[in-house]
Design a protein around this ligand. Structure first.
Ligand code: PEP
Ligand code: MN
Length: 337
């Protein structure tokens, strides 16, 4: 539940509510807006005689929060969050473009892609060093060597950087080299990994699981935040349906649905969701039009020879055209880019 304080409630009033809740063995989460303060309660509410709270000074009302996710819930934190990633931000008013190869293949390949995506307006370099491939015989990634190339390419171009992690060892390595970690679709409900990500100290991009409902996805985010890491960004990347014309089915309605349920930023990945370079640009524009805070797009210097996800990767030329074409969409929804 949340306790909504009266507009301009006194600090002592807020503190006495917080103390009452914490003395009952529960945790509080404070959201201080311009005028109104909201005190969120996390824990077993059976331990709290909440009726007593209504008589506390400056308490306006008590609102039950029926969802199992609390810290990710918009009711706890009505203002949209802005998440810092290296030297850039993801949140309202701006457009975060993460771009780069599916997999880091070599130092030269990554450097050349990083320079191209930076020139076209990307703010974050993506590149997989630990690849969760469907087949064990497919390229599995360069691991720590790939992370070193990510660090070098990000430093040289001034881009922030993101890399997927698949296990504790990968997180321990990633914190040394990149600005943000990614939990991929296949690990969205790997709860041990989510907790490790929550303790990593780095912002986390949480992709939607292949068959995950929005509530399951928000509960996965809650696992990360509950470890003390509020810096979570959600990424819609398509879900499994009966349709086979695209690799997955991009659920763009997830964007406005999430905006009504959570304060966390939401980005869209038109590459993994469609599986074809042909559909990346139209879905990227649609994602910005429906309220996404950014995009994740796979770009390759030579898609035909890519070690993974070549068919959905954009060439430098196509990526540049897309970023140009995105600008009017961004300004229409009040975002800089
Ligand atoms: C990726 O971004 O490299 C990736 C594997 O994506 P997903 O987890 O969405 O399949
Ligand atoms: Mn990929």
């Amino acid at each position: 539940m949340i306790i909504v304080m009266k507009p301009n409630a006194a600090q002592e009033s807020i503190q006495s509510v917080v103390s009452y809740i914490e003395n009952s063995g529960l945790n509080t989460h404070l959201s201080q807006g311009e005028e109104v303060t909201i005190i969120g309660i996390v824990g077993d509410k059976a331990r709290l005689p909440a009726e007593n709270l209504i008589s506390f000074k400056d308490v306006d009302r008590i609102v039950p929060v029926t969802e199992t996710y609390k810290l990710a819930n918009k009711k706890f934190h009505p203002e949209p969050s802005t998440i810092q990633v290296g030297n850039t931000f993801i949140g309202p008013g701006s457009t975060a473009i993460m771009a780069g190869p599916c997999a880091v293949e070599s130092e030269e390949q990554l450097m050349c892609i990083a320079k191209a995506v930076k020139k076209s307006g990307a703010s974050i370099l993506r590149g997989g060093a630990y690849k969760p491939r469907t087949s064990p015989y497919s390229f599995q990634g360069l691991e720590e060597e790939g992370l070193r190339y990510m660090q070098k390419a990000a430093k040289e171009t001034g881009l922030a950087s993101i890399c997927e992690v698949v296990c504790r060892e990968a997180i321990d390595a990633a914190v040394k080299y990149v600005d943000m970690i990614q939990i991929g679709a296949r690990n969205m409900q790997n709860f041990i990994l989510l907790k490790e990500a929550g303790r990593s100290g780095l912002p986390v991009l949480l992709k939607r699981g292949l068959c995950a409902t929005i509530d399951e996805w928000l509960n996965a985010a809650e696992y990360i935040i509950a470890e003390g890491n509020p810096n979570v960004v959600l990424c819609e990347r398509g879900i499994r349906t009966f349709e086979t014309a695209t690799r997955n089915t991009l659920d763009l309605s997830a964007v406005p649905v999430l905006k009504g349920k959570t304060h966390l930023p939401v980005i869209v990945d038109p590459s993994h969701s469609t599986g074809s370079y042909k559909y990346v640009a139209p879905m990227a524009k649609a994602a910005i039009a429906c309220g996404a805070d950014g995009l994740m797009i796979e770009v390759h210097n030579n898609p035909a020879c890519a070690l993974s996800d070549g068919p959905q990767s954009l060439t430098f030329e196509k990526f540049d055209r897309l970023t140009q074409e995105l600008k009017p969409f961004c300004s229409l929804v009040g975002r800089s880019f």
